[in-house]
Design a protein around this ligand. Structure first.
Ligand SMILES: Cc1cn([C@H]2C[C@H](O)[C@@H](COP(=O)(O)OP(=O)(O)O[C@H]3O[C@@H](C)[C@H](O)[C@@H](O)[C@H]3O)O2)c(=O)[nH]c1=O
Length: 379
């Protein structure tokens, strides 16, 4: 007797900018393989970006197999037989020849558009909506990740929270991690992971950290902010409170440990924001900047969720710092904002843990997608 063939899934990803698009798609693909034993093919238009996250990827290959899944260059898509589920990440428009093949199948694949993460309330109304392709008649379901049970939830692998807790309960784990990165960090100085976009606020933020008078170990991955940080350091040659440690871009498989081994997190975009919440550390979010400060209401929407359970004064400290960081229309003196945030850190740290516990009650995004697929296929 033959074992049933695994459920098949194609994930389409175009890399628009940065690493979030491919970062989310890679995580999802891995989870579907590891936890559901699905046969997953990832079709990507920029393998160089994927190779940053997964160094075993060879960007020159049209097709390759890594970590139990198949990776194809986007141009190969017209020759693909569509899978049972097709995930179109971030409305990336799979090639029309592929869609035509989907329409020829009986039944056609379960087709999902996986949207960007947003905390805004309209997401709850749009999650699960179906649109019909005008020519081909195919139905596409919109899945919105999010922070409430009326959305598709967030990516969260099965063992993630247990691994994070075990790491943070082990007194030696963080130091060992930094040692493997070739770093010896001052024991009393908080470790601040600084993953951001470039920002006109960087000199003022560093000024505030310095004037606060407490040592900081700053872990600096490669970002557009690096030259700004270097310029600030060059202008302050004699200060010793802030020590900046440039990091290489680590494989995504190492990224969580980077967060777990830090005390304070500056994160950005989509995927690192989610991982920071699973790391349950005090965090400041550099939301992806948009024209005319359109990102600020989106930041406020996030805090309408994240605020649950924080006292008014801790919430004010958290949001004042985060909003100032993301509002590039005004000059900011970060010194009082930073001092106030640091003062509220005990509460903010315990809130991060309770928020993680609450968020983990929701179904995770992969579970939502899988049940969507099985519903369509009657499994
Ligand atoms: C610093 C670092 C990051 N990473 C990973 C973690 C994440 O998967 C990824 C970073 O993705 P994000 O945190 O989402 O930030 P980002 O700024 O790179 O991506 C953004 O791109 C924009 C185009 C989108 O509109 C945003 O929503 C967002 O996805 O890089 C590593 O694997 N190693 C590293 O050393």
């Amino acid at each position: 007797m033959h074992a049933a063939a695994p459920f098949s899934c194609d994930i389409f990803c175009r890399v628009i900018d940065n690493y979030g698009d491919i970062g989310v798609c890679w995580r999802l693909a891995r989870q579907l393989v590891d936890e559901y034993q699905w046969a997953v093919r990832l079709l990507v238009d920029d393998l160089q970006s994927l190779a940053k996250l997964v160094p075993t990827v060879d960007p020159t290959l049209a097709q390759q197999r890594i970590a139990g899944l198949v990776i194809w260059q986007w141009e190969q898509a017209p020759s693909a037989t569509p899978a049972q589920m097709v995930v179109e990440a971030f409305a990336c428009d799979p090639p029309v020849t592929y869609l035509q093949r989907m329409a020829q199948q009986t039944p056609p694949p379960a087709w999902v558009n996986l949207e960007y993460l947003s905390a805004e309330t309209w997401v709850e109304d749009c999650h699960g909506l179906v649109s019909r392709h005008p020519q081909l008649g195919l139905e596409k379901v919109f899945v919105f990740p999010g922070f409430s049970p009326r959305t598709g939830g967030l990516l969260r692998e099965k063992g993630l929270l247990a691994a994070a807790s075990a790491f943070n309960l082990s007194p030696a784990a963080a130091d060992q991690f930094w040692t493997t990165q070739g770093l010896t960090l001052r024991a009393q100085a908080p470790r601040l992971f600084f993953f951001t976009y470039a920002s006109p606020h960087i000199p003022a933020l560093l000024d505030a950290w310095l004037s606060h008078g407490q040592a900081l170990e700053i872990l600096l991955p490669p970002t557009p902010a690096t030259p700004q940080v270097e310029a600030w350091l060059a202008a302050h040659p004699n200060q010793t409170l802030l020590r900046v440690h440039p990091l290489p871009f680590l494989p995504q498989a190492e990224f969580d440990r980077l967060l777990w081994a830090s005390d304070l997190l500056f994160v950005r975009g989509e995927d690192s924001l989610v991982r920071a919440q699973w790391a349950a550390k005090p965090m400041i979010w550099h939301i992806y900047p948009q024209a005319e400060q359109a990102h600020l209401p989106k930041l406020a929407a996030f805090y309408s969720h994240y605020s649950q359970g924080l006292t008014a004064s801790a919430l004010a400290a958290q949001t004042a710092l985060n909003q100032a960081w993301c509002d590039t229309n005004r000059a900011v003196d970060f010194a009082p904002l930073w001092a106030n945030w640091r003062q509220h850190l005990p509460e903010i740290q315990s809130h991060a843990l309770s928020w993680r516990a609450e968020l983990s009650q929701q179904p995770d995004l992969a579970t939502v997608l899988v049940s969507q697929a099985y519903k369509k296929w009657g499994q």
